[in-house]
Ligand binder design. Structure first.
Ligand code: 5RP
Length: 219
């Protein structure tokens, strides 16, 4: 099975976690696109979705799925999203699609985070994937210097403005052995909007696409 087939597989498998009659939290990315397409098949059985990006909103609406504003919803039973990396505790790096801030906001509304990913995303230690950090333009130089002190290199993602009108730094050279402490620390740096470590909002379940089928990891 190739990577696209694995994404389709886990996108479909995630339907099992959708609660009948509920509003579903929907993430962003190519794996989530497979989930959205699968969700269209049961759209009569859900009330709608809260989306984490303009792109996912457009795709949901394209399928005739109602999209609610995050602020209009008190809580969600489940949030389904992909990841750039996930470790064996359910801690993740996210933001490869630049949607990390809205992803964290929607994840915060949810009782359960279901991560859908192909097996290449499973790692022992987070940091091989360049860590996305959404930042205010004024603080770019300062934040780059802070990462340099940690031995890492933070590069502005060319040609990308987030849905929130901000920039993304991609940080290479990190080995994140304590994701909770790292997330807490970097989130305090002035000018950081959101760091792409999802430790406080980690996955509760990961549906991992493997050549042998979908493996369910529970954390
Ligand atoms: C977007 C994300 C995505 O979940 C992450 O980049 C994985 O994407 P894909 O499913 O395309 O590999 O965090 O901001």
């Amino acid at each position: 099975m190739n990577q696209d087939e694995l994404k389709t597989l886990v996108g479909r498998a995630a339907l099992e976690y959708v609660i009948e009659g509920s509003i579903v939290g929907v993430g962003t990315g190519s794996t989530v696109n497979c989930f959205i397409d699968a969700l269209a098949g049961i759209k009569e059985r859900i009330a709608g979705a809260v989306s984490s990006s303009v792109k996912s909103t457009e795709r949901l609406r394209g399928h005739g799925i109602r999209v609610f504003e995050a602020g209009a919803v008190e809580s969600l039973p489940v949030y389904i999203d992909g990841a750039d990396e996930i470790d064996h505790q359910g801690f993740m790096i996210k933001g490869g699609g630049a949607a990390l801030t809205r992803e964290k906001i929607v994840a915060d509304l949810a009782e359960r985070f279901v991560c859908i990913a192909d097996a290449s995303k499973l790692v022992d230690v987070l940091g091989r994937f360049p860590l996305p950090v959404e930042v205010l333009p004024m603080a770019v130089g300062q934040i780059q210097r802070r990462f340099a002190k940690l031995g890492a290199t933070a590069t502005v993602r060319e040609g990308v403005i987030t849905d929130n009108g901000q920039l993304i730094l991609d940080v290479q050279g990190l080995r994140i052995t304590d994701p909770l402490a790292f997330e807490t620390d970097v989130n305090q740096w002035p000018g950081v909007v959101t760091v792409g470590v999802f430790a406080r909002h980690k996955a509760g379940v990961c549906l991992l696409g493997t050549p042998e089928g979908v493996k369910t990891l529970r954390f």
